[in-house]
Design a protein around this ligand. Structure first.
Ligand code: HEC
Ligand code: HEC
Length: 283
């Protein structure tokens, strides 16, 4: 780290000539011994050969809690070659991943080391995620891999028979009761910033995927109906008056915003493909 900082202090300016990809480093005249480094771009597009950069790991894995917002990784490396190396770009595989590096070209003198800090935004994600970063240097490119195992949401605490009867009775009087008071602690727990599958597991699955659910709660996987995103959006937005199916849209005094509802409709449409053979025959 110290060495690199010294080097940056010594280098007065870097001139990057876009298009031709040539990079020139000019060195202040009073530091006559500082190296002038001009990256040779001939091999930048090729795989980085062994013996140039030593990585602590090139594949990193981590577990993340179901409600974790970010997964963070640090890749450490050493320039084990005898010459200077320039890191030109670090490209994550998706917009949800960011890499924290100094301004480029990032000059790594022989024998010195550095760190690439990576952050993956987990909003709306579930299951096992694979991400990668492509590090391009003037000596070649290297892919660094990330694996994140997101734990699924813990199953909601089951209701006792008493609570169940109370819940159903309360919902019969007001189907929006699930969003209020003590009911909300289980039925709409930690839904802020959640989308898609995570949101489904939290707010829909609690009733529709429950093993011991009441008989009036239908199995959404075996509906005898043609479905599409609009079907899901309408049910989620308005529910069904006179039943236990609440209205989730904020416009109906529910807890979900339009983006969350859209993410659920799109997730459900993907998870439960419209079963046309189940559709009632056209008359
Ligand atoms: C409090 C329990 C509860 C929650 C939470 C709940 N539902 Fe329901 N849902 C029901 C009940 C009960 C019905 C049956 C309504 C009726 O009597 O027709 C139903 C019906 C439905 C239907 C209609 C199925 C059919 O047979 O036509 C859809 C679609 C649906 N729910 C989707 C959802 C989605 C998506 C969510 C999450 C945003 C959700 N539900 C959350 C209880 C719930
Ligand atoms: C301790 C967590 C918890 C609390 C608190 C809670 N529920 Fe539930 N609720 C559940 C679970 C879990 C289910 C799924 C059925 C089951 O496993 O008992 C459920 C299901 C339901 C259903 C669908 C019918 C059924 O039994 O399958 C309704 C309606 C309902 N709850 C309403 C309410 C209302 C209204 C309140 C507040 C008075 C409430 N719940 C409080 C966890 C909870």
């Amino acid at each position: 780290m110290k060495l690199r900082r010294f080097y940056f202090a010594a280098a007065a300016s870097f001139i990057v000539v876009a298009g031709s990809f040539s990079v020139t480093a000019q060195v202040a005249t009073d530091v006559a011994t500082a190296p002038v480094y001009v990256p040779d771009m001939t091999h930048a597009g090729e795989p980085l050969p062994d013996g140039v950069i030593a990585w602590d790991e090139t594949i990193k894995a981590t577990d993340a809690a179901f409600d974790q917002d970010f997964a963070k990784f640090t890749f450490s490396f050493t320039n084990v070659a005898t010459n200077v190396i320039a890191i030109l770009t670090v490209h994550p595989s998706c917009g949800c991943t960011t890499a924290d590096i100094p301004p480029t070209p990032w000059i790594i003198p022989a024998g010195s080391n550095g760190q690439i800090k990576v952050s993956v935004n987990l909003a709306g994600k579930a299951g096992t995620l694979f991400k990668s970063l492509t590090v391009t240097t003037d000596h070649g490119r290297k892919d660094l891999m990330l694996r994140i195992n997101m734990q699924s949401a813990p199953p909601p605490k089951a209701m006792t028979e008493d609570e169940k009867a109370k819940g159903i009775a309360a919902a019969k009087i007001d189907r929006q009761a699930v969003f209020k008071g003590e009911c909300a602690t289980c039925h709409i727990n930690k839904i802020q910033g959640k989308y898609g599958q995570q949101l489904y597991d939290a707010v829909c699955g609690i009733c529709h995927e429950a093993e011991h659910r009441a008989s009036m709660v239908p199995n959404l996987h075996t509906l005898n109906l043609p479905t599409n995103e609009e079907f899901w959006r309408t049910w989620i937005t308005y529910g069904k008056p006179g039943s236990l199916m609440p209205a989730f849209a904020q416009s109906q005094e529910g807890p979900l915003n339009d983006l969350q509802i859209a993410s659920l409709a799109s997730f459900l449409h993907a998870m439960i493909p419209p079963n046309v053979t189940n559709a009632p025959a056209a008359k």
